[in-house]
Structures are given as structure tokens and as C-alpha cells.
Design a protein around this ligand. Structure first.
Ligand SMILES: [Zn+2]
Ligand SMILES: [Zn+2]
Length: 392
């Protein structure tokens, strides 16, 4: 920004705030305008559109007014020389070097939806000093792609391979992404010599912006491809086989590297994110790498001890020995019958016994239980409880 800029531009008017605005008010006004004019909010716009120009203006104004020191300089310059002096040539070298910066994290509140998108738009757009990187068409990382998949309980526990149908933006297949009609090739843009960037001087502050003639591509297409109308972009649907590791949980999001949209001009592919849904199982539950199951046992099995059959996930039942005098709700561990771990071993199956009380008794069974009652008449299971309650 030069002194000339300071005198010609009314940054307060650009942001629509009074001269007396607080830092907070300035920030608020900037955020509102930046959201409105930001290239992401106007995806159809070219780099030279009104919105883009307005966005730069707003950013420039905020850049000065948000910096206490620079705002003071700005106010002083305008008080000293009067404002609105169109054509005033400021004293050489009195302006500032560089300093054209803005905080994207601030602007977007740290949202993380489109990694890569912002970098793409601003890559080389505002680099200081006007030295655009030289090179041919810029490489661009492919977009990250999101998808979701619903697994059965067993698939999630043991790992599986799923087919995922992905739709992503990719190079147009008709022209191979060049945007030029079949049989023709794009030519290097003579304005920017293929860099895609143009340098612009603002007083003694220079910055580079996308070349107007080729819109930053570095290439010009004389005969556009009819399929993509010269954009070089197309939608592609592909099916990939993705390995879902054992032990994924419901609600987990897994990242599969480089399986997102393909990159452009030799850039790397984006990543694929898969949101996992797991259907519940009617019998088994999961806690981390262990499976859980509740198994009913009879009163006599619990009292006398028994060998009981316990179901396993996708396997034959196993025999579990429960000891004499097993209380209701006790949990036993069957090793190696849980969820597969990374190293190929498995977690455990946690078996919780639930003692059943018979709902109906045959005569013989009733007689036996009455005999049992008489035989244990001397035992009062509540005696200790009642005594404890009294002694407090
Ligand atoms: Zn095409
Ligand atoms: Zn160009």
C-alpha cells in the first residue's frame, strides 16, 4: 500500500463502518463482506469479476484498519493531506512494503470441509513482491471425497472388502482434461508465458493475480471441447474396492489415502473418507476389541456348576465351565473369540450369565424345590442386611 493508496481509498467506506469504529466492529464488517465476496461464495466468477475485485478491496481495507499501527498511519495521512485527493502523487518510498495478508482461519472459523480448496484458489494469488513462480501448468491435488458404508456387525468386527461407488470431479474424458477439442491442443498463454500469474503494481506494493487472459491456467484453448465446454472438468463415477480393517466401530470415519479424486497435471490424488455405519447384532455387543454376550443359566446350573454352550460370532459354540455357586451377573472371559486386532490376534468374548427363575413348575420339580427349601430353612439371606441396617 502506498501513501497514494492511503489518500485515494476510503477504507472506512469500503467496509461500511464509521471512522470511530472499534476493532471489533471493523472485524465484524470485514467478515460479513468477505463471506459475501469471497471467490468460494461465487464459484462461477472469473478471477477478474466484480466480486473478486470487491473481495480484494475489502481485504485491503481490513488489512490496514485491523492493524492498529497502520490504521493510525492511515488516519494521520488522510488528516494531513485531506481525503479524496484523486491523482495525488505521494512522496516516493513513504508507503509500506508488503503486508498484504489476511487470515483465512479467521474468515472461515476453522471449518475443515474442503481441504485443498482454499489453497487452490489462493495459490500464488497474493504472493508478495510480484514474483510469480515460473513453471508450466500448475499441478493440483485431487479433491478429497466423502462416502459412507453400512456394514454388518460381523463385517465390522472381522474386517471386509467393500465396493464403493464414487462420483467425483475429474478431468474430462473427452479431451483428457485439456479443454481443447479432440485433435487440437491448447497453446501456452502468451500474456503470462504459461505461468498463469500476472503481476500488478499498486504503488510500491506488487502482488500477483491470476492471468486475465487464461484465467490462471497458463494455457489458452482456441477450439473448446464440446463435452466440457473448454473447462477440462468432468464428473466421473468409479467403483473401487476398499479394504475396511477389522474392528471399525459405528460412527467411525476412516481415511483411505489417495483414493479420492485424481489430481490434475500430475498432482497427487485426494484422499477418500469413509463414514462407517454398523448394524447392531441381535445377540452380540462390542466394547472395544471385546465382544459381549448375555447367556441365560438355570438356578441349578449356577448353584451346582455346569458346562454350558456359548455362541460365538460366526463360529461354532464353545463350552464354558461355570463353577459351583456362580452368582447372577458374573462375567466370564472366553479368550480369542472377540474382535480381530491389527496384529491378527483377537480380543475376548465376555460372557455374562443371567440366572433364570422358572416361570412354571411341574409337580415333580415343585416337590424337589419344596424339599430344597426345607433343607435350607436355616439360612436367612437377609439376616446380615437387616443387622447392618440397624447398627448404623
Ligand atoms: Zn473436455
Ligand atoms: Zn495467461
Amino acid at each position: 500500500m502506498s501513501t497514494k493508496d492511503y489518500l485515494e481509498k476510503d477504507y472506512y467506506a469500503v467496509l461500511g463502518v464509521p471512522k470511530t469504529a472499534t476493532a471489533e466492529e471493523i472485524k465484524k464488517a470485514y467478515r460479513k463482506l468477505a463471506r459475501q465476496y469471497h471467490p468460494d461464495a461465487n464459484p462461477g466468477d472469473s478471477a477478474t469479476s466484480g466480486n473478486t475485485a470487491r473481495f480484494k478491496e475489502v481485504s485491503e481495507a481490513y488489512d490496514v484498519l485491523s492493524d492498529t499501527k497502520r490504521r493510525k498511519e492511515y488516519d494521520e495521512a488522510r488528516t494531513l493531506f485531506g481525503s479524496g485527493l484523486g491523482g495525488y502523487a505521494g512522496p516516493g518510498g513513504a508507503g509500506r512494503q508488503g503486508g498484504f495478508s489476511f487470515d483465512l482461519g479467521d474468515l472461515f472459523g476453522g471449518t475443515h470441509q474442503q481441504s485443498g480448496g482454499i489453497g487452490d484458489i489462493f495459490g500464488g494469488l497474493f504472493n508478495r513482491g510480484g514474483t510469480a513462480p515460473r513453471g508450466t501448468a500448475r499441478t493440483r491435488r485431487g479433491q478429497d471425497v466423502e462416502t459412507e458404508v453400512t456394514l454388518s456387525f460381523a463385517e465390522a468386527a472381522e474386517g471386509t472388502t467393500v465396493s464403493l461407488r464414487l462420483t467425483s470431479s475429474s478431468a474430462c474424458t473427452a479431451c483428457g482434461g485439456t479443454g481443447a477439442k479432440a485433435g487440437t491442443t491448447p497453446r501456452v498463454c502468451p500474456t503470462c508465458e504459461g505461468t498463469g500469474a500476472a503481476s500488478r503494481n499498486l504503488g510500491n506494493f506488487a502482488f500477483s493475480e491470476p492471468c486475465r487472459d487464461c484465467k490462471g491456467r497458463g494455457l489458452l484453448v482456441d477450439d473448446p471441447c464440446s463435452v466440457c465446454e473448454g473447462s477440462g472438468r468432468g464428473k466421473s463415477t468409479r467403483t473401487i474396492q476398499a479394504r475396511i480393517p477389522a474392528g471399525v466401530g459405528d460412527g467411525q470415519r476412516i481415511k483411505i489415502k489417495a483414493k479420492g479424486a485424481p489430481g490434475e497435471n500430475g498432482g497427487p490424488a485426494g484422499d477418500l473418507y469413509v463414514q462407517i455405519h454398523v448394524k447392531p447384532h441381535p445377540v452380540f455387543g462390542r466394547t472395544g476389541e471385546n465382544l459381549t454376550v448375555t447367556v441365560p443359566v438355570t438356578f441349578t446350573e449356577a448353584a451346582l456348576g455346569a458346562e454350558i454352550k456359548v455362541p460365538t460370532l460366526k463360529g461354532m459354540p464353545v463350552t464354558l465351565r461355570i463353577p459351583e455357586g456362580t452368582p447372577n451377573g458374573r462375567t466370564f472371559r472366553v479368550r480369542g473369540r472377540g474382535v480381530a486386532r491389527k496384529d491378527g490376534t483377537k480380543g475376548d468374548l465376555l460372557v455374562t450369565v443371567e440366572v433364570l427363575v422358572p416361570q412354571q413348575l411341574e409337580d415333580k420339580a415343585r416337590g424337589a424345590l419344596e424339599e430344597f427349601r426345607d433343607a435350607t430353612a436355616g439360612f436367612d439371606p437377609r439376616a446380615e442386611l437387616i443387622q447392618q441396617a440397624r447398627s448404623e
